[in-house]
Design a protein around this ligand. Sequence first.
Ligand SMILES: N[C@@H](CCC(=O)N[C@@H](CS)C(=O)NCC(=O)O)C(=O)O
Length: 207
Amino acid sequence: MQDCPMKLYWSPLSPFVRKTLVAVHELGLADRVEIIPTQVRMDTPNPAMLMLNPLGKIPALQLDDGAMIIDSFAIIDYLNEMVRGAIIPASGEARRQMLRQHALANGLMDILVLWRNERDKPVEQHSKGWIAGFDEKTSRVLALFEIEAAGPNAQPINLGQISIAVVLSYLDFRFAHLNWRDTHPALAVWHATFSSRPSMQATAIAP
Ligand SMILES: N[C@@H](CCC(=O)N[C@@H](CS)C(=O)NCC(=O)O)C(=O)O
């Protein structure tokens, strides 16, 4: 670890945090980022985290001058620019495609985190409409990924692919009962290949 590393406010189970950490590894910055384990809950904001990020959310990155960068995309954009990386293409069709895939995968992360929070409430407080909506949207995004995302990885790999791989792993972890592989065979093969990358292995959720 180098002196004065950047600090990444982190939790092992958050898909937004994992997406950020996979990007850190892909950009060759793992030895410049110190991991700061941080507990957050939507219903019980962490006071220390609120001082750093008024949204109380992770990931958040603190630079060595104390400045805070919040939101996974903003953090990854900062780091990508810092090392002149290619995981966020600068322009053109490659950038548009990456932004589209990132928006879909990140939107799916939003849905799954909300779905899990809803599921954790007492049954009588569940909103059946919300849960049906989450289910429908998840199915539709996965169907699109089966058509658009599964296949050989564009090179160099980008943040769209990272985000899709991470959200699929999050589905395995929190929504295993959906058995997404059974209905999305090409995506399953793609995910297995992508998951063998050192960045994915180094950030995998411990069993
Ligand atoms: N748009 C944010 C979402 C981050 C987010 O929702 N993180 C969750 C953890 S999975 C969190 O910090 N939740 C605590 C809260 O909402 O108070 C990003 O991309 O970084």
